[in-house]
Write a protein that binds this ligand. Structure first.
Ligand SMILES: [Zn+2]
Length: 258
């Protein structure tokens, strides 16, 4: 019985429509009760952050301010690009996959510059956008080779609702367990499909990082470089990044499951 309920509860994580408005989240007292950890608790000043981003823009949405704050104090950061995000405009005549992947890679570099990572190398796996699960072993093995025990790894949450985000989270978790490094999972789309007190969400595992106003401003500027994701699509679909997710970019806290 319990198992059945649990199955039902975890399976419905559908990303559709405008999602939960940011005003609802901000009005919820539960968010203010999430324990905050300081920057040094997340990663030591000399430590390295490895961000495993399923698509270009996930590094900004998940932890753009954390990256900016760590890099500003001289910390090291490696961004791992799982896919090039070439499938965000299915059926588009304007943005065919051959053109969209390279365009999004440029948007990512511009965004990372705003976070203090000028001309940084992104380690690309170039897995097919929408098909990470089929290559999850390759991803986990590749991550295992590059991770160090002292790294803080930020990946998307393994139950985030987007198949690529979930496959990335699971692969990162396997690699981190093998290497023995710390993993924090970012709920990028969870805020879209869930609601305050949602039983599908392990709220007790959520921890926050309070952000400096400078870091939030840099994160806001960084996401503005992802032009392909901000404009309405020529297929009649709205922008990939709607008002809800853009509202969350301005938060004074980033949240991770630990
Ligand atoms: Zn994504």
């Amino acid at each position: 019985m319990d198992a059945l309920i649990h199955e039902d509860v975890i399976q419905k994580r559908v990303i559709e429509g405008d999602g939960m408005p940011e005003s609802v989240w901000q009005a919820w007292s539960g968010l203010g009760q999430v324990p905050r950890l300081g920057l040094d608790d997340w990663v030591s000043p000399r430590g390295r952050i490895v961000v495993v981003a399923p698509h270009p823009d996930d590094e900004v949405l998940a932890c753009g301010a954390l990256i900016g704050m760590h890099v500003a104090r001289g910390g090291d950061c490696l961004v791992v690009g799982v896919t090039d995000g070439e499938a965000s405009h299915p059926g588009s005549s304007e943005w065919h996959v051959d053109r969209l992947g390279p365009a999004r890679r440029i948007e990512r570099m511009r965004g990372l510059s705003e976070l203090g990572l000028h001309g940084t190398e992104v380690l690309r796996f170039a897995l097919p956008d929408g098909g990470v699960e089929a290559h999850a072993e390759q991803l986990a093995l590749g991550l295992r080779r590059l991770l160090r025990p002292t790294d803080l790894v930020i990946a998307t949450w393994r139950l985030d609702g987007h198949p690529d985000h979930e496959a990335t989270g699971r692969a990162a978790a396997r690699a981190c367990a093998a290497v023995g490094c710390k993993l924090a999972e970012s709920p990028v789309w969870m805020w879209h499909w869930s609601s305050p007190e949602d039983a599908r969400v392990p709220w007790h595992r959520l921890r926050g990082l309070s952000l400096t106003p400078l870091a939030v401003d840099a994160k806001r500027r960084a996401i503005q470089h992802h032009l392909t994701q901000l404009a309405p699509r020529d297929t009649g679909d709205g922008p990939v990044l709607g008002a809800g997710i853009l509202g969350r970019v301005g938060r004074d806290t980033e949240y991770f499951f630990v």
